[in-house]
Design a binder for this molecule. Structure first.
Ligand code: 5GP
Ligand code: ZN
Length: 136
């Protein structure tokens, strides 16, 4: 399940080199080429899935288990104080490589990065309307 011309298929399967922190038969964890902070890594499945919508549920669970193991060891080795896990789906959401990946971003005091959003004002009625659209 590889896609021609997909850079992460090539990296995950060892055809293109990357700085690998971890590898098993299903996943590779590499250092991001344009890191937000020191040690910024990506969990990449070896099989090609475009995004979380396409990723099988069981694999999604395994990605999070691997993320847990990775950040425990990264915290110890890199001496970071926190982590952001970021996962973009779709170009509108900032996805630039269309092969599922989960960002593991170590956070250090005064690292100068800001990962977040601008909170919007919302009324209780608007929240209830959103809920009813989902739950109905
Ligand atoms: P996205 O914006 O799709 O969530 O994240 C894509 C990430 O992949 C970016 O942080 C970018 O720096 C990283 N990236 C893109 N191409 C390569 C590459 O060839 N090698 C590595 N190691 N990282 C890459
Ligand atoms: Zn791919």
């Amino acid at each position: 399940m590889k896609q021609d011309n997909c850079i992460f298929c090539k990296i995950a399967n060892g055809e293109v080199p990357a700085n690998t922190l971890y590898e098993d038969d299903r996943f590779r964890v590499i250092l991001d080429l344009g890191p937000a902070t020191r040690g910024h890594a990506l969990i990449i499945p070896k099989d090609h899935y475009k995004d979380l919508f396409e990723l099988p549920e069981e694999t999604a669970g395994d990605v999070m288990k691997l993320a847990k193991r990775m950040i425990m060891k990264m915290r110890e080795k890199f001496k970071c104080e926190g982590f952001n896990l970021v996962q973009n789906n779709g170009d509108l959401a900032g996805q630039t490589v269309f092969h599922f990946h989960l960002h593991l971003i170590p956070r250090y005091g005064a690292d100068g990065q800001k990962i977040g959003w601008k909170p919007q004002e919302v009324t209780p009625e608007e929240l209830a309307e959103v809920r009813s659209q989902f739950v109905d």
